[in-house]
Design a protein around this ligand. Structure first.
Ligand SMILES: [Zn+2]
Length: 122
C-alpha cells in the first residue's frame, strides 16, 4: 500500500459535516464508530483517513436486540494499493473495495472497505 497521506488528510479535512449523509443509519455510525472501534479508528488515522467521514456505508436492518450491522464501510484513500491487500483488527476485516459508487475523483486513489461493524442503533 502506497498512501499519499497529505492528499488523503486534505481530502478529509475539506469534507464538511453538512456534506455527509444525514440518514439515521449514517448518523448512528458517525456517533459511535470511533468509541466502539478505537483500534480501527487508529489504523485509519494512520492512513490519513477520518473514521467519521465514510464514503459509503451498507447497513442491514437493526435486529431484535437493537443492534445494527454494517456489512461494508468504505473510505477513500489517495495513492495506490495492491488488490490482494488484506488487514484484520479483531473481528473487522479490511480489503480493497471493488463495488462502489463513482467517486468523481481524478487523482490516483482507491476505496478501502471494512466489515463487519456492529453498533447499537440509538
Ligand atoms: Zn446514510
Amino acid at each position: 500500500m502506497n498512501v499519499d497521506m497529505t492528499k488523503t488528510k486534505e481530502y478529509y479535512a475539506a469534507i464538511d459535516n453538512s456534506e455527509l449523509c444525514d440518514c439515521s443509519y449514517c448518523r448512528n455510525y458517525r456517533l459511535q464508530i470511533k468509541s466502539a472501534y478505537p483500534e480501527v479508528a487508529e489504523y485509519l488515522a494512520s492512513l490519513g483517513v477520518h473514521i467519521q467521514k465514510p464514503f459509503e456505508t451498507s447497513p442491514l436492518e437493526p435486529d431484535e436486540n437493537g443492534m445494527l450491522e454494517y456489512c461494508g464501510c468504505q473510505y477513500i484513500v489517495f495513492g495506490n494499493c495492491e488488490p490482494e491487500y488484506h488487514h484484520r483488527i479483531g473481528d473487522v476485516e479490511f480489503r480493497i473495495a471493488t463495488s462502489y459508487p463513482s467517486t468523481g475523483i481524478e487523482q490516483e486513489h482507491f476505496v478501502l472497505e471494512l466489515f463487519p461493524v456492529r453498533l447499537k442503533f440509538v
